[in-house]
Write a protein that binds this ligand. Structure first.
Ligand code: HEC
Length: 122
């Protein structure tokens, strides 16, 4: 009985999201998830649009990264972003997220930032 309930939950969890299928020519399955994580955990410092213009930015030194700047687009590779989000940036307010988010969640939120806020292609 318990086993069946568990199996039901597992099946529910792996059903892919199709919410963004119509808005992108090459939909990424993790985009919805990435956005949800961003809004919950990253928005306070980086801003809903990713430009770092937040109340928190007033008191942070260095300030949160502006993902929309040309410098960020050039400098921030996917690998670097995943590493920074996982391990944090020592000496800054950018904390490590590995105890909060799974590696898949971190990949999803980085994918969201790159695609929707930085507008860089994979
Ligand atoms: C408490 C404020 C705060 C929150 C919340 C926050 N960040 Fe940051 N983030 C920062 C700051 C400050 C920096 C700039 C660090 C630096 O200059 O090295 C930064 C930088 C970054 C960078 C660039 C790091 C690099 O390699 O230069 C990435 C990527 C990033 N954040 C992702 C995220 C993600 C993803 C989340 C949510 C899961 C998040 N941040 C939540 C404050 C925050």
């Amino acid at each position: 009985m318990v086993w069946r309930v568990w199996m039901g939950a597992a099946v529910f969890l792996v059903v892919p999201s199709t919410g963004t299928a119509t808005s992108h020519p090459h939909p990424a399955p993790a985009l919805d998830r990435g956005q949800a994580i961003y809004l919950q955990h990253c928005k306070a410092c980086h801003g809903e649009a990713g430009d770092g213009k937040t109340f928190a930015a007033n008191v942070l030194n260095p300030p949160p990264r502006d993902f929309t700047s040309a410098a960020s687009q050039k400098k921030l590779t996917r690998e670097r972003m995943i590493r920074s989000a996982t391990e944090g940036r020592p000496g800054t307010a950018m904390m490590p997220w590995k105890s909060v988010l799974t590696p898949a969640d971190i990949r999803a939120v980085v994918h969201y930032i790159r695609q929707e806020l930085m507008h860089v292609r994979p």
